[in-house]
Design a protein around this ligand. Sequence first.
Ligand SMILES: Nc1ncnc2c1ncn2[C@@H]1O[C@H](COP(=O)(O)OP(=O)(O)OP(=O)(O)O)[C@@H](O)[C@H]1O
Ligand SMILES: [Mg+2]
Length: 363
Amino acid sequence: MTEPRILVVDDEDVVRDNVQWVMHHQGWSVDTASSEAEARDRLQSANYDAVIADMKMDRDASGIEILKLAKELSPAVEVIILTAYGNLQNAARAMELGAYSYVEKNVPNVDVYQILLLKVKQALEKKRLEEENRCLQARLINVERQATLGVLSSAIAHDVHNPLTGVLGYADLVLESIDENSPIYRDVLMIQEGALRCKEILRHILDFARPDEGETMPVDVQSSVDRVMVLLQRAAMQKKVDIACDFTATSTIVMASPNQVSQVIMNLIVNACQAMPDGGRVRIHTSNRNGSVILRLSDTGKGIPQESIARVFDPFFSTKSRGEGTGLGLYICKDIVTQLDGTIEVESEVGKGTTFTIALPTV
Ligand SMILES: Nc1ncnc2c1ncn2[C@@H]1O[C@H](COP(=O)(O)OP(=O)(O)OP(=O)(O)O)[C@@H](O)[C@H]1O
Ligand SMILES: [Mg+2]
């Protein structure tokens, strides 16, 4: 969560100022309102993480109205009710309506502001955990979907493999039984070549779909790029995207589980292609620096606006329509690269293109 944003609603200047001071001291961003109408305006124009509302302001139970409005506009907001000492009836009602907690004001010998601060901290922590939980659940669903796709594609790859072996076998038989000058000799060679290419693609799909046991082993980054290219080259060509590699690294072996590196490269190339709906160029360059292999992947796509660039690695940040993007690709890339003790950075210029630079320690 970024810096929490709090709204304090109370018609008593002293209470409002004190609460604002205590919250502001935590480095939080605090807005105030002194009436129900002002609170409405604030709630309608900004998103708050927590709202502290006095129960009894210009009229009875106006804290309840603020609670209802806050929850209606943003169900995840946490509301803490300030109530007069000994007047708990309305507080109980507020709790029924979804308030996080209440704090009694003017209790003799009690530092109400410290109690309030504690409750706000607890409420913010609850909100953070709920958000994290939501993200994890959504990610889990996606991981399960990908696992199902993996199982399906390997099943399809298996099934296609058998008839393909037949095609190759018969092509061989025909080639053996005809003369090189036969008018069909070249055609059968083409059949053989096409079938061999299909077998190669199937082998890569099977490799890619094989579940990761989590074991790390030496993986060649440049061979991983080549393997991903076999899978994506044709689709890229159809989208008029030209992908070219310029490998200058001499030390390219990293410790990883086999699919991790391919998955990162795959996600980056898919993003690059999606950023170039009318075609363009992807350049993949490798080099070595300070004991790491540096992989730079540049595209000539639409680029990322400055205001979004800091968010591209966040889970669920996507500018794509539903069905085209979940916003997890780069989050997963960053997660994998971090697990491998590497770094991933992005530079982009709108209308010119984007470059991702990955550094992975070599063995
Ligand atoms: N090469 C790129 N060029 C322009 N924008 C990009 C590029 N790569 C990523 N982005 C932006 O970053 C966002 C997040 O990318 P990410 O890969 O995490 O999610 P996604 O592609 O939207 O969905 P998913 O990968 O889960 O299918 C994208 O929606 C897009 O706005
Ligand atoms: Mg993506």
